[in-house]
Design a protein around this ligand. Structure first.
Ligand code: F6P
Length: 319
């Protein structure tokens, strides 16, 4: 490849800018011409593409969000939309594309790859729901934000001897809840991957309260349901009303952690090197410190494995 483009798509995540910077700088370093597409796949369809230079990505490694903006594009789902997107790249002579996004964005990358555009995917989502990488870009920052929030909630819950529910994002994946729950010492972690028993949770809470424990934190992954509903169910069972905090989009903003910046930088550079070697249709990931490229087909058809060991550990430590 001689000319490549980069885009961000789907929900944004912290570290996307660091990934864009890495793709642009690595591409230029290797003598490629590098372009950026604005607003994800909509920008491909609307031909919103500009050439980048070294300075275009200055001062962004530390910024949350994405300077390329992002969108969820309906038109791109149709074969006509996909063809138009590929044609718009080809007319500029762009034959390589790096897509930074979640699983929805990967499906699009796969389609373009089948239309002959060499395409690499980078896992950019706070959800950590993409397999064949230990972590996705943004997950580490989102977890840090949740842990920081729980620290604050815990202070006031302890003072008032209350119980609290914190609802976190993650779509169908419980990883944000699991990692943040373990790191903040939450008493209960509810995730979509593991069945739970509200009677047992309510009983344990009353027992703990009768034995002098005067606060408890329940972290609820949004894939399980609404924190408000769980609070009402607990109240019905034991008369204790957990106060609910929904952290929402706060989890997707702010400066990326060094882990996310390093992951994004490594994966961005790796994607460019693989494109230069002629690779296509792959998702870039990092497993136990090793850079790996896995067929996007395989990635989108595999469910990320839930870390039961960490889950069991959190249970052992939260009595
Ligand atoms: O995929 C990232 C994510 O933040 C999910 O955790 C959440 O379910 C969803 O996006 C929220 O999407 P939106 O910002 O469109 O409401």
């Amino acid at each position: 490849v001689k000319k490549i483009a980069v885009l961000t798509s789907g929900g944004d995540s912290q570290g996307m800018n660091a990934a864009v910077r890495a793709v642009v700088r690595s591409g230029l370093y290797h003598g490629l011409e590098v372009f950026a597409v604005q607003r994800g796949y909509s920008g491909l369809i609307n031909d919103d593409i500009r050439e980048m230079d070294l300075r275009s990505v200055g001062d962004i490694i530390q910024r949350g969000g994405t300077i390329l903006q992002t969108a969820r594009c309906k038109e791109f789902v149709t074969p006509e939309g996909q063809q138009l997107a590929a044609d718009n790249l080809r007319k500029r002579g762009i034959d390589g594309l790096v897509v930074i996004g979640g699983d929805g964005s990967y499906q699009g990358a796969n389609k373009l790859s089948k239309l002959g555009i060499k395409t690499m995917g980078l896992p950019g989502t706070i959800d950590n729901d993409i397999p064949f990488t230990d972590f996705t870009i943004g997950f580490d920052t989102a977890v840090s934000i949740v842990v920081d929030a729980i620290n604050k909630i815990r202070d006031t819950m302890s003072s008032h001897e209350r119980s609290s529910i914190v609802e976190v994002m993650g779509r169908h994946c419980g990883d944000i809840a699991l990692y943040a729950g373990l790191a903040s010492g939450a008493e209960t972690i509810l995730v979509p991957e593991v069945p739970y028993d509200l009677d047992e949770i309510a009983n344990r809470m009353s027992e703990n309260f009768s034995q002098g424990k005067r606060h408890s934190i329940i972290i609820v992954a949004e894939g399980v349901g609404k924190g408000e509903n769980i609070s009402a169910e607990i109240m019905k069972r034991n008369g204790i009303e957990p106060r609910v905090t929904v952290l929402g989009h706060i989890q997707r903003g702010g400066t990326p952690t060094h882990n996310d910046r390093i992951l994004a930088s490594s994966l961005g550079d790796f994607a460019v090197r693989r494109l230069i070697e002629g690779d296509s249709g792959k998702s870039c990931g990092m497993i136990k410190g090793e850079l790996v490229a896995t067929d996007i087909d395989k990635v989108v058809n595999t469910k990320k494995q839930f870390n039961m060991e960490l889950y069991e550990l959190s249970k052992r430590l939260s009595q």
